[in-house]
Design a protein around this ligand. Structure first.
Ligand code: SF4
Length: 347
C-alpha cells in the first residue's frame, strides 16, 4: 500500500492510514511530527508494540541534499524528494530575529517570468501537501520554529491550490504547528481564477501579487501570465478578494534597471492601484547571471519610490535577504529538477 507522507496527514487520516486505535493516537502522532520527531521509534509515549509495528514507515519522505548558510542568518535548503526531484526552501531572518519560512509549491514553475531563475527551469510537477509541510519542518529543525510563512519559493502556488489548502490546514492546526493564518502569505504572479477561488473558498491568507509593471505591454513581455489575464482582469479579481477579506494586498514590484524603473512606470503603477488598498513592496532585482537584466541604480530606485510616495502609495523597500545564498526573490532554482528516482514510500 502507498501511504501519503505522514507530514501531509491530519490526525484522523493518521488513524485511518496507519489503522491506529484508540483514536487519540492520531492526535498524539500528529503533535510529535509537528515537534520535529523523525521516526516513530522516537515517540516514546506510544506503546512499544505500536512503535515497532510502525517502525518501517518513514515519517518524512524528503531529505536535505544541501544546506547553504547566508551572511545575514538566512539558510537555504535543497531538499531531495522521494522520486529524486529537488526543491528549495529558505529560512529568512529579519533584524529583530523574526523567522520566516519561504516555501516552494511546485518543482520548477510553468509561468516563465522573464526575471526569475525558477522560470528558466521549466516545470516538472506539483508538490504534495506533505512535501510542502516537510519544507517547514526541515527549516524548523535548524533551531527555532519560524513564526511566518510565505509561499514565495519555487512555483506558482495558485496552480497547486488543493495541496496548499491541505498544507495550510496542517500548518495552522492547533494540535500541531499552530501557525496563525494571518502570518501566512501566498504570492501569485496573477492567476485570476485562483484568486477568485481563494476569495470564495478560502483559506483567507495574506495575498501578495507580483505586479512588476502596470503597463500591459511591458508586463506581458516580462510575465507571460499577463497575456492570458490582463491588468484590468487582475485588478477586478484583487478588488473581489479585498472586498471579501477586507485585507490590504501586497503588490510586489521587482525593479530592473532601465526596464520598468522610470518615472512614467511609477505614475502608471500609482494610477492602476487606485482604489485598491495596497502596499507596494519594491524589490531591487536580485541578479541572476544567466538573465539579461541589471540591478537598478540607487538613484533610479529612489526616484521611482519617491514618485509612488508623492502619489500617495504606501511603499516598503524589501531588504535583500538571503541573496548571499541565491535564496532571494527570483533566485531560486540553483538545482537540477530531477535525478534518478531513489525510493518509494513502501517499507
Ligand atoms: S516569479 Fe514565481 S510565478 Fe514567476 S516564474 Fe518565478 S516562481 Fe514562477
Amino acid at each position: 500500500m502507498i501511504i501519503p507522507g505522514a507530514a501531509g496527514l491530519l490526525p484522523d487520516e493518521l488513524n485511518q492510514y496507519y489503522m491506529l486505535s484508540p483514536s487519540f493516537r492520531g492526535k498524539q502522532i500528529f503533535r510529535q511530527i509537528a515537534q520535529g520527531k523523525l521516526s516513530f521509534a522516537e515517540m516514546t509515549d506510544l506503546p512499544a508494540s505500536m512503535r515497532s509495528s510502525l517502525a518501517a514507515w518513514p515519517l518524512r519522505r524528503a531529505s536535505v541534499a544541501e544546506k547553504l548558510a547566508g551572511e545575514d542568518a538566512s539558510v537555504k535548503l535543497k531538499l531531495r524528494l522521494h522520486d529524486g526531484a529537488a526543491v528549495e526552501a529558505v529560512l529568512l531572518s529579519d533584524k529583530e530575529g523574526r523567522l520566516t519560512a519561504c516555501l516552494s509549491s511546485q518543482v520548477g514553475c510553468p509561468m516563465a517570468c522573464a526575471f526569475c531563475k525558477t522560470g528558466t527551469l521549466g516545470f516538472l510537477r506539483n508538490l504534495a501537501a506533505d512535501e510542502i509541510v516537510e519544507q517547514f519542518l526541515f527549516l524548523a529543525d535548524l533551531g527555532a520554529k519560524p513564526q511566518n510563512i510565505v509561499f514565495m519559493g519555487m512555483g506558482e502556488p495558485l496552480l497547486n491550490l488543493e495541496a496548499i489548502r491541505k498544507a495550510v490546514s496542517i500548518l495552522t492546526h492547533p494540535e500541531g504547528l499552530n501557525i496563525s493564518k494571518r502570518k501566512i502569505t501566498i504570492s501569485t504572479c496573477g492567476i485570476v481564477p485562483g484568486i477568485m477561488d481563494l476569495a470564495d473558498n478560502g483559506p483567507w491568507l495574506r495575498l501578495a501579487v507580483s505586479l512588476t509593471s502596470a503597463d500591459d505591454k511591458t508586463r506581458s513581455a516580462l510575465m507571460p501570465v499577463n497575456q492570458k489575464w490582463k491588468l484590468a482582469e487582475l485588478k477586478k479579481a484583487l478588488l473581489y478578494y479585498q472586498n471579501k477579506t477586507g485585507d490590504r494586498i501586497s503588490l510586489e514590484a521587482a525593479i530592473m534597471g532601465g526596464e520598468n524603473s522610470d518615472i512614467a512606470s511609477a505614475r502608471a503603477m500609482a494610477e492602476w492601484i487606485k482604489p485598491l488598498k495596497a502596499q507596494v513592496n519594491i524589490i531591487p532585482w536580485n541578479p541572476v547571471p544567466e538573465l539579461p537584466y541589471k540591478k537598478p541604480e540607487r538613484q533610479e530606485l529612489e526616484v521611482f519610490e519617491r514618485e509612488l510616495q508623492r502619489l500617495g502609495i504606501n511603499i516598503v523597500r524589501r531588504a535583500r535577504r538571503a541573496s548571499s545564498v541565491s535564496g532571494a526573490c527570483g533566485q531560486l532554482g540553483d538545482t537540477l529538477l530531477h535525478n534518478a528516482p531513489d525510493s518509494s514510500n513502501t517499507p
